[in-house]
Design a protein. Sequence first.
Lengths: 313, 430
Amino acid sequence: MNLTVASSPHIRGNFSTRRIMLDVVIALLPALCVGTFVLGWRSLVVALISVAAAVAAEWLYGMVTKSRNTVIDGSAMVTGLLLAMTLPHTVPYWMAAVGSAFAIIFVKMLCGGLGQNIFNPALTARAFLMLIYPVGLTRYVGVDGVTAATPLHHMVMPALPEESLLDMFLGNCPGSIGEISALALLIGGAYLVYRKVISIRIPAAYIGTVAVMTLVFYRTEEPFAWMGYQLLSGGLLLGAIFMATDYATSPATPVGQVLYGVGCGGLTVFFRYFGLFPEGVTYAILIMNALVWLIDRHTAPRRFGVKKGGAAK
Amino acid sequence: MNKLFFGGVHPKYNKEMSTQDPVLQTITPKTVVIPMQQHIGAPCVPLVQVGDQVKRGQKIGDAEGLCVPVHASVSGTVVAIERRPHPTAGTALAVVIENDFKDETVTNPIPGTEDEILHAIREAGIVGMGGAAFPGNVKALSAMGNVDTLIANGCECEPYITADDTLLRTNPEQVLEGMMILAKILVPQRIVLAVEDNKAQAIAKLKALQAQFPKIEIKVLPTLYPQGAEKQLCQSVTGREVLPGKLPVSVGCAVFNVSTFAAIYRAVKLGMPLTARIVTVSGEAISKPQNFIVPMGTPFEVLVKAAGGLNDKTERVISGGPMMGFAQSNLEAPVVKATNSILCLLKDENGAAENPVCLRCGKCVEACPMRLQPLYMYRYVKANRLDQLERLNLMDCMECGACAFTCPGKLPLVEKFRLGKKMIREAGKK
C-alpha cells in the first residue's frame, strides 16, 4: 500500500476548469439556437468554423512550441464560440477562422495561456476583424433576407427602432448571431449563476449602469422605451453576461467586480452616444480589461480584524 | 440561516458514516507509545526508566516552562524510551509501555479552592483538544480578568469527524460541568456552547440539560466550514473580529474545545488526568467507520484494525480532518491528545491537477474567511516576492484550505502559502 503524503486540504470541491468551460458552452446554446432559427443555418456553420479554428490554433500552438497540449481544458472552444456569437451570420467563413486563430494565438497563448491574458480574446479578435475588413462585420441581413439596419443603427440618429421591444426580447430582429435574443442570453446567464460559474455582480452592475445612464440621458421622447431598446439592442447582454465575466480579464475581488461592471456600462453608453460605430460594448470591455489589475489592487477585501480605513498594524 | 462570517465552503460532510454504531467501544492496546511532545511548548522530560512499572494516570513526563505533563494511559511496564513516529512532528521522543491489562490506576488530588483549579488542570496534562494543543492552564490564566465571553467550541466543522459530536451525544453533562468550572475562575458575562446545526442529536441532548445549566447559552450556528476556526467562531458568537496576529482573548473571548471542557471536568471533579480521548476512525477506505474511546499512545494501526481494516486502494491516511489534517506515510504514529480523527481516504477524483492553472475566477477570494486574495498570494509566492506577500497579509492565512477546496484549477494553494510564510519568517530572522 502506497500512501500519498501531501499538503492539506486532502479533499477538493467538484469545480474544475473543464466543467466550467462546458457550462459556458451550454449557457451559450440557447442564443446559438435562436440565431440559427431566426437568421438561418449559416449561423451554425459560422459557429462551428470558429470553434474548429480556435481549437486547431491552440493545438497547433502546443505542437509548434512543444508545450503541453491545453486543448483538453475546453477554453479554446469557448473562445471560438464567443467570437462567433459577435459576428453577423453573413460574415465570410475565412473571417471567422482568422479571428479565432488570432484570438487564441496572439491574445491568449502568447500572453501565457489560460488565465494569463489581459484582454478578452474573443472581443480583441472582433476588434481586429473590424479593422481589417469592416464591411464583413457591419453588413446585417434581416429576417426577410434583405440587408437591414440593426436596431442600434436607428438609435444613432437618435430614433426608436422599428422593431417592437418584445421582438427584440425574443430575437426577432437583425443582428449578430448570438446577440439578437435577450431571452436566450438571460436564460444562459441564469444558468451560469445557478451553476456558480459566474457571480451576478458584473452583469448586474454593467446592465444596471447602462439602464440608469440611458434613462437619465434619454434621447427620444420616451425615456423608458429608449432605455429598453438600449438594453436589448446590440451586444450589451452578450457582453455583460459572457464577455465581461471572462475570468482572466475581469477582477477577482467582489468590490472590484462591481466597479468593473459600472465602468463597462459607463463606457458602453459613452461609445454608443459619441463613438464612430453604433456599438460600444467591445471597446468598453477591452478598455476595462486593461484596468483589471489596478482595480483588484485597490479593492482588496477589508483585512480581517481591521476596521475600515484603520491601520494594518 | 445567514452567514455569520465572510467566505467559507460547503464540503461534503460524510459525518453520518461514523455515527451509525451506537456502542462506543473502548480500545485496550497491547502497547502504547506516548510522545513527550503532545502540546505547543517545551517537550516533556521522561520521569520513568526502562523497566519501571507504571499505573494508568501516573505522570511519566514533565518539564518547566510552557509545558504540561504526560501520563501513562495504561498500567504496565516501560519497555523503551526512544524516538518514535509522531502524527504531526515526524518523530519524537516517546515512552513505550507494555500493557499488563491489570488497569491499576492512580488519580490526582481533587482541588479544594479555586486557586488550585488551574494547577489541577496543568497536572492533568490538559491541552486544547481541537487540534492546536495549547496548554489549557496557560490559556485559562491569560484569559483571567480579560474576557467577558467563554465559548465552548462544539462546531466540529471538518468533514468526517464526529468525535466532539459523540462526546456531546454521550456525555453532554461533562462538557457543561467543565464550562461551569472555568466560568467560576474567569467570571464571564456570557457562557456559550456553540454547535453547528448538523448535529441534531447533540443539540437535543444539550437543550434537555439546559434547565440544569441556566447560565449556559446553547448557540446553534449554520453549518459552514470553517465555522469552528477560533477567529470565525468568535465573530459568529460575538460579532467581534480578532485583530491580525492576535488571539481571541484580545477581543474578550476565551475559546476551548468541548472535549477540553470534558477533560477539565474529569480532572477537577474526579482527579483524572488526560489519558484517553474519543477518536473518529472513518473514511471511504475503512470498512466499519466509528468512534472509539482511545488511550493516548495507541498506534493508528490498532484503531484501523478495530474499525474493520483498510481497503487495499487506500490513498491517504490523515491524522485530523480532510481540510487541515496531516497525511501519514504509514500507520505507526500513535494517538496524541490533539488527535480527533484518523481518516483513511481513497483517491479523490477531484484531486490536484497535474498542471494546475489559475483561471483568475476569484472563487478563492469569495471562499477565504480571512478575506485574503489567495490567487495573488499564490502568484507572488511563486515569484518570491516577499514585499507583495506582506502587502497581501499572507501571515493572516490560517491554512484552513477553503481556497484550495474551491479552486477549479486545483492549485496547491495551501502548500504554497506554507512555503511563503516560511520565507517571510526566515527573512525576518536575518
